[in-house]
Ligand binder design. Structure first.
Ligand code: MGD
Ligand code: MGD
Ligand code: SF4
Ligand code: MO
Length: 744
């Protein structure tokens, strides 16, 4: 094993030998590069604070240091997001950094079917460059692609997107945010003119009526839920979810509509509000367009029809409409029960329409509010350079391309004129032989992508698969030709943007193990090996990139030119966008909470928000005689994170969740099928099968089953169907059958 810091054998020396002296100072940047000690600006025995690296709540954690290394943490008490609270994942965030399967050196599989063998960084980076460039010269520049994430700092996302498209000449890159937020992005863009979740977390406490649709914040966003619990107005809490989740159990009204019947329900509620004249005529006239067409459209959503579509009782539906009508400050919140659907965009817009027509937006305690998933999904939405050009710009807009090229001092011709293929199009591109090389950064598609048997078969067809991850043991790393070992949260610097648009900093408080490097360092090294390092000379450290991001954001709805630097973010307790500088150089607004659209002005050319709607379509795969159940998937506990590469490393968290895969099913169904609680059952779809332990519970409706996504087997069953506008996968409804596994 090479010593990274040794003057003659270290990585610096290796790279110098091959690529000249320029890279030398690259490797001496401790903060950005994951080499060396924690940054000097942190006193060795002090407490420093940073935001959590799991969910999009963006809690702040105080990290306690001894001799410059983290020895423990506790939630920050004076941070407006979490007010001294954290969930189990946050408390255990440092523990998971130390694990036997951490990737500590690059691994290379020299031939198909061979084993992954340790190699030095020089070989790894040389192989990356040679093989990707060879693919490009044989199959064209667009035959390589990347898949990335909502879980690395914004600066790293920006560097990856710029390097790949402007430096390496690639075209197609997307993120796991497609699995997660794409629907909200498109819904907001079409309705408001920009991807702009309007709220601030104080709205949880200021509403008198909160409506949660397809969201289970009790376990997916536990500290947001704590904020709801602090609401002093004895609010109505309405939960719309086919399952009686932990959140539903704590609601004042729970409606359990048939899966994917939400559009019909929301249109039916709109009709009832119109019929009872419970709408805000002034707001509609001044700030929206398309309302008359919408009124006409919802006429067919009679109470009888909606009750039939949703399988809800008519008085449940009228009570919901009346509660919304009676509320003074009504807020609507949605997450994956809406986004992960074959009609997700129009469902999200059915929610937006309700907020607009009742004037519940732009005031305290209101809003049409999409809750984000990952710690930095919001950063990726603005700066990943995938569907948007850096800074929320448009690849197709010539003026935008010119502006970005000018700021980055690059040739405008290097900027593509169209956005990338979406995730599913990249996967299809591999199948069609158009994509031959794939670079996977901080995501685990061989577990999380929809319809796994198809997905793995397709990934297997690649000429070259590179996985850049903290752990070498992920399902995707197992398939890789090259594994690049990455530093994780706590081992590097940068910023995350949370659900309420708040930038917060993360810091290096621990040394990455072995030869693992921050993603930032890996991207910079790849730029040098590729031969385009000069283009990123100014992208010296994460904080230098933050300064570039500021310039890119200027005059955009997400303008952050008023934020000075990381220290400013740290001292202010995070800052929400927009935060522009006014002409005199002073901040326009020093308050630490901001919501959008207070003046009723939206980002479309006419300043108005649009009513958008469409006919609901039937389930793509309805239950049948052979597959009589609807499968729902989602989060299982507050202590499990996605594909469990991180959370499974904590002994504390492991005690807080079931360690084997289970399927939730209704008591009557279990009895009919002769399934006893806790016995093994087989669950099969047209695409695959799995065995799981039966969790028999009245919280499930008859005819529906639920499997948490944290177990790799879950996506063997799911059906690769997508929303036509957002291309987001419809993970939450397909047909399965369930049968007992009889002991032999
Ligand atoms: N502990 C933990 N927290 C997390 C995560 C994690 O892995 N673990 N992941 C984070 C990420 S990236 C995300 S995206 C969020 C997800 O957060 P959520 O969206 O809140 O979580 P899910 O469980 O995926 O889905 C929410 C609910 O949608 C319901 N649902 C399914 N189909 C329908 C439908 O047709 N209509 C309605 N109304 N509801 C439906 C499901 O029953 C489920 O209870 O959580 C974030 N927080
Ligand atoms: N059936 C079903 N499937 C689903 C969902 C569902 O509800 N149902 N939800 C979908 C959603 S919303 C999401 S967001 C996705 C999540 O799916 P994934 O993104 O595949 O899940 P993670 O486990 O978060 O994967 C992140 C990977 O990055 C690694 N990692 C962590 N930090 C770093 C870092 O700093 N650098 C690098 N290089 N690597 C790092 C981790 O070890 C892990 O392997 O799953 C989707 N899949
Ligand atoms: S709620 Fe989310 S951000 Fe807060 S501690 Fe838990 S995982 Fe971290
Ligand atoms: Mo997500």
């Amino acid at each position: 094993m090479i010593d990274l810091n040794a003057p003659t054998t270290g990585i610096g020396a290796l790279i110098r030998r091959h690529h000249g002296p320029l890279t030398r100072d690259l490797l001496q940047k401790p903060a950005g590069f994951g080499l060396g000690q924690v940054p000097e600006r942190t006193a060795p025995d002090a407490t420093t604070r940073m935001v959590c690296g799991y969910c999009s709540t963006g809690c702040s954690l105080n990290v306690h240091l001894r001799d410059g290394e983290a020895i423990g943490l506790s939630p920050t008490t004076d941070y407006t997001v979490n007010l001294g609270m954290a969930c189990p994942k946050g408390w255990e965030a440092l523990t998971v950094l130390d694990a036997p399967d951490r990737a500590t050196q690059p691994l290379l599989r020299r031939e198909k079917g061979g084993r992954l063998q340790p190699v030095d960084w020089d070989t790894a980076l040389g192989t990356f460059t040679d093989r990707m460039q060879a693919i490009q010269s044989q199959h064209g520049p667009h035959s390589i692609a990347f898949l990335s994430t909502g879980q690395i700092p914004t600066e790293e996302m920006a560097l990856l997107g710029a390097l790949f498209k402007f430096g390496m000449g690639g075209m197609h890159g997307d993120g796991n945010t497609r699995q997660c937020m794409a629907t909200s992005v498109v819904a907001y863009k079409q309705s408001f003119g920009f991807d702009a979740p309007p709220y601030t977390y104080k709205d949880f406490e200021e509403s008198d009526t909160l409506v949660f649709i397809g969201a289970n914040p009790c376990l997916a966003h536990p500290i947001m839920w704590e904020r709801v619990m602090r609401n002093p107005h004895q609010p109505e809490i309405i939960v719309i979810d086919p399952r009686c989740t932990e959140t539903a159990m704590n609601a004042t009204q729970h409606l359990a509509p048939a899966p994917k019947s939400d559009m019909s329900l929301l249109y039916g509620v709109a009709r009832l509000l119109i019929d009872s004249d419970s709408i805000d005529h002034e707001y509609i006239a001044a700030h929206t367009s398309g309302f008359e067409e919408f009124v006409e459209f919802v006429q067919t959503f009679t109470l009888e029809r909606v009750a039939a579509d949703t399988q809800l009782a008519p008085d449940e539906i009228t009570r919901l409409a009346k509660t919304i009508a009676d509320g003074e400050r009504v807020s609507f919140w949605w997450t994956m029960g809406v986004n992960q659907s074959y009609q997700g965009v129009r469902t999200a817009q059915a929610i937006i329409n309700l907020a607009l027509m009742t004037g519940n937006i732009g005031r305290p305690g209101t809003g049409a509010n999409s809750i984000t998933g990952q710690c930095n999904a919001m950063g990726s939405r603005l700066f990943s350079n995938t569907t948007n050009l850096l800074g929320g710009h448009d690849f197709a807009n010539e003026a935008h391309r010119r502006k970005v090229a000018g700021i980055l001092e690059i040739d405008e011709a290097r900027i593509p004129h169209a956005p990338s293929w979406a995730y599913n199009e990249i996967i299809e591109g591999i199948l069609r032989g158009k994509i031959k090389g794939l670079w996977v950064v901080c995501t685990n598609p061989a577990h999380s992508w929809i319809n796994q048997s198809q997905c793995r078969d397709i990934l297997d067809r690649l000429d070259f698969l590179v996985v850049q991850d903290m752990y070498h043991s992920t399902e995707t790393a197992d398939m890789a030709d090259l594994v690049l070992p990455a530093a994780g949260w706590g081992e590097k610097d940068g910023t995350f943007v949370n659900s309420e648009r708040r930038f917060g900093v993360i810091k290096k408080v621990a040394k990455a193990p072995g030869q693992a490097l921050s993603d930032f360092a890996i991207f910079k090294l790849i730029a040098h090996y590729w031969g385009c390092g000069e283009m990123f000379r100014a992208w010296d450290t994460p904080e230098a990139v933050f300064q570039i991001m500021k310039r890119l954001s200027m005059d955009q709805p997400c303008d952050i030119t008023g934020i000075t630097d990381y220290r400013h973010l740290d001292d202010a307790g995070g800052i929400q966008w927009p935060y522009p500088k006014d002409e005199g150089g002073r901040m326009k607004d020093e308050s630490n909470e901001r919501r959008l659209f207070e003046d009723g002005s939206y980002f479309h050319a006419d300043s108005k928000a649009k009513f958008l709607f469409e006919k609901p379509r039937p389930l793509p795969e309805p239950p049948s005689a052979a597959f009589p159940f609807i499968l729902l998937t989602g989060r299982g506990t507050a202590s499990q994170w996605h594909t469990q590469t991180r959370t499974s490393k904590s002994a504390v968290l492991r005690k807080l969740y079931p360690n084997e895969i289970y399927v939730e099913m209704n008591t009557t169904d279990a009895r009919k099928l002769g399934i006893r609680p806790h016995t093994m059952v087989r669950v099969e779809s047209q695409r695959g099968k799995l065995s799981a332990r039966a969790f028999v519970t009245p919280t499930m409706k008859p005819g529906q089953v639920f499997i948490p996504m944290h177990f790799e087997q879950a996506n063997r069953l799911t059906d690769a169907v997508f929303d036509p506008y957002s291309k987001q996968p419809s993970y939450k409804a397909c047909a399965v059958r369930v049968s007992p596994v009889r002991a032999a």
